[in-house]
Design a protein around this ligand. Sequence first.
Ligand code: DLL
Length: 438
Amino acid sequence: MNNFYQKEMETMPVEQIKKMQSEKLVKQVRYVYDNVEYYRNLMDEKGVSPEDIKGLEDLHKLPMLTKDDLREAYPYGLLATDLKNCVRIQSTSGTTGKRVVAFYTQKDIDMWEECCARAIVAAGGTNEDVCHVCYGYGLFTGGPGLNGGSHKVGCLTLPMSSGNTDRQIQFMIDLKSTILCCTPSYAAYIGETLREKGYKPEDNFLKAGIFGAEAWTEEMRHDIEKSLGIKAYDIYGLTEISGPGVSFECSEQTGMHINEDHFIAEIIDPDTGEVLPEGSKGELVFTSIDKEAFPLLRYRTRDICVLTRNKCSCGRTFVKMSKPMGRSDDMMIIRGVNVFPSQIEAVLLNEGYAPNYQIVVDRVNNSDTLDVYVEMDEKDFSDKVKDMTKKEKSLSAAIKAMLGINPTVHLVAPKSIQRSEGKAVRVIDKRKRLGINM
Ligand code: DLL
């Protein structure tokens, strides 16, 4: 299945893409320098002027931006155009500190929605599809982004937003939804609820799902594909750079194509800031080269991944990013070992458990503790303490084999872990109360 929304752009020869990026970069740096005092000061401090940026090869000379810069510049400090030219804001779901507010002109919105349309078409979407969007609507970019993309493709769009799972299912069946857009954790919950209501995977009309906004494993993909009877596609993005659709999966499903006509991607060493060659694992940094209202140059995403540019069977030439292996700030250091929640999730699913779990980290008597609460299925749940203890021990051993440290596993009753309708909260790090910055 090689479907394109903007074929010429999506299959442009690499040399041409790079030339286009170079030209856009030169213009964008001048535009930002002239219009964003905050970034102009950073460039001046670094001794870089717009004339120094003659193409992609000079990108590394520019200063990088971090989330702290966005907080410091809140709310208007990175705005590059008059407010009268802006038609929308969106904001991050951040729970601590000031939220990030991103501004959009109508052109920015059109570009963002086109990126989402590319993702929908790559997942097989056409104007004959019924696109069921249950990402949250409002300040979060998930709902509005996929909603706009679905309109551009011409799908019948169901703007469901998140929550009220019974109503989601009623509409999904009655209106014959064919494409489901939500977080992977919510997709898993919808699958579980359908099964409980007695629906088999073949009873729904879904053919594809476009899932993102949080880290999810290949094991979780298989689980969702099985429970909903669909092909599950990954989609990535972040509010600061526009929202969902910065990159998306094609039929090959070996990484997400970055929309390189709008965004330049780099991989850096998160400790030194040094740019690493393609193929290296490191922190993803984006430069948006088309945005008018909120054009960030060299924004550090904190997402850790790998970029590769192999020939793709779908025909797209855009570079691919691997699934983020967790955010640099998601990583926990437990007893000196680096642990990503996704590693624990992979073990659970491999061992046949559903993706309903919570990880609790604490420090007791100066030693880190790792507790993993995992929900059982009705059918596997047993009152016999001996049975449960045996299962807990075997799961502990499997997690230890992956991480190298011993967790305490608690198998808990079905439905005792709260389900997520948006981004799931997988980790509770109680060490933070001790002021330990992990
Ligand atoms: O989550 C935008 C989005 C909405 C993407 C819907 C995909 C679908 P933020 O709330 O600003 O925006 O969060 C951005 O979420 O830096 C990643 O750490 C994480 N993230 C987003 N997509 C993925 C993904 C939206 N496919 C942050 N896999 C990013 C893993 C993801 N992590």
